[in-house]
Design a protein around this ligand. Structure first.
Ligand code: NAD
Ligand code: MG
Length: 388
């Protein structure tokens, strides 16, 4: 039976890995309903043609004429703008990949959860800024939410569903990013080029910078606290430069279950695509003998204050995670534009959190308002720290 699928953020790193799996499947396995992208008309049009999508949608309204022209005569319908993105996400399909980057993915993710199919969630920021709302939306429609983030996908696989016992701890591994061994002086002078040059994973610019600051691992602690029945103080982080072990679950009898694999997002994406079965994927197999050793270290709290800020935001509760996420997005954008120093990213986040505290944000309107307010404060803080 053909399964209908949509891919939100199809031109990005996770989006392209998802399309690679759809492409490689036997004809008739999948039919693509909607492909959604931000502003890359040429890439979106090429993908829509190649996969025979029913609809191609761009967030950027200015790109619509070019998209129409690129898809003229194909019968593929085109649309643009934030409303069109949400409309495309809300079309009933069997499976949706949510891989838009940032809080911009929240409304489309909620729209996709509304129709009750399976949602493969890569867009961790939506769980960070509105976790309870996302989970409520899934529960209300009966949608199946499957984590794609490699660590959470690993933990999902290692959670022994047949056992009623709760896990004792979960452990997220982190590669340590490009500045794992850098000095504070080197980090202060880090350029966007250095920060996005990830030693192990090939990813979009925002998550690459998040990996360099370790805010990515911080966002993942919040994501894990939403997804799994484990409180934040029992969610640990270990730096593991080989990125072979993606996540671990510890049980009350001392057992530690882990998922391992090469660092290739096609594996967790395929797991979410085939779940509860498994599909064949042509990724490199992990060769443990060739690897020889697996190293693990605790993260350095001095060079990477992100984890402390995240734990503080989690204990402050309320809308603190929403504020943290929004401030981080602003700071990363400024850093990528060479307007902010690398170490100032955490300073912007900390000052924004200190300024706004942890007001409650229980519904979508409140979350979006707080997200906007946090962005305003973060921009002012970033202006004061600006490089030029
Ligand atoms: P990316 O920057 O490569 O791609 C982002 C995609 O979202 C692009 O298709 C872009 O056009 C689209 N987009 C951006 N703004 C949009 C908007 N307002 N409306 C609609 N579409 C928009 O990012 P990525 O690395 O693929 O990451 C995507 C998400 O997956 C992020 O939340 C990231 O944290 C998460 N994730 C990524 C990886 C990875 O290996 N890349 C791993 C785990 C989790
Ligand atoms: Mg991850």
């Amino acid at each position: 039976m053909t399964r209908r699928v949509s891919v939100l953020g199809s031109t990005g790193s996770v989006g392209r890995s998802t399309l690679a799996l759809l492409d490689a499947a036997p004809p008739g396995t999948f039919a693509v309903e909607a492909l959604v992208a931000g502003r890359d008309v040429a890439a979106l049009a090429e993908q829509a043609r190649r996969l025979g999508a029913a609809t191609a949608v761009l967030a950027d309204e200015a790109g619509l004429p070019a998209l129409r022209e690129a898809l003229a005569g194909t019968g593929i319908s085109c649309a643009a703008g934030a409303r069109a993105v949400e409309e495309a996400a809300s079309r009933p399909v069997d499976w949706t990949m949510a891989a838009i980057v940032g809080a911009a993915g929240l409304r489309p993710t909620l729209a996709a959860l509304g129709h009750g199919g399976t949602l493969a969630l890569a867009n961790k920021e939506s769980l960070v800024c509105a976790g309870a709302i996302v989970l409520r939306a899934a529960a209300a429609s009966g949608a199946t939410l499957l984590p794609v983030d490699s660590e959470h996908n690993a933990i999902f696989q290692a959670l022994d569903a047949r056992q009623p016992s709760q896990p004792e701890r979960i452990i997220l591994t982190a590669s340590g990013g490009p500045f794992r061994n850098a000095s504070l002086e080197e980090m202060a002078a880090a350029t966007p080029e250095q920060a996005v040059r990830h030693p192990v994973w090939s990813m979009g610019a925002k998550i690459s910078v998040d990996s360099a600051t370790m805010f990515n691992k911080g966002l993942e602690i919040i994501e894990a606290a939403q997804l799994f029945p484990v409180p934040p103080d029992r969610i640990d982080v270990l730096v593991h430069p080989q990125s072979a072990v993606h996540g671990l679950v510890q049980y009350s009898d001392g057992s530690l279950l882990a998922q391992l694999g090469t660092p290739d997002m096609r594996t967790p994406i395929a797991y979410a695509l085939a779940w509860p079965a498994r599909m064949e994927v042509a990724v490199a197999r992990l060769d443990l003998a060739a690897l020889g050793r697996l190293d693990f270290f605790p993260p350095d709290p001095v060079r990477f204050p992100a984890l402390r800020l995240v734990r503080e935001a989690l204990s402050a509760a309320g809308g603190a995670p929403t504020i943290l996420n929004a401030a981080n997005e602003v700071a990363v954008e400024r850093f990528l534009a060479r307007r902010l120093g690398f170490l100032d990213i955490a300073r912007v986040v900390e000052t924004t959190l200190d300024t706004l505290g942890a007001p409650a944000a229980d519904d979508l309107d409140a979350v979006l308002a707080l997200d906007g307010e946090a962005r305003d404060v973060a921009r002012q803080v970033a202006d004061r720290l600006a490089l030029n």
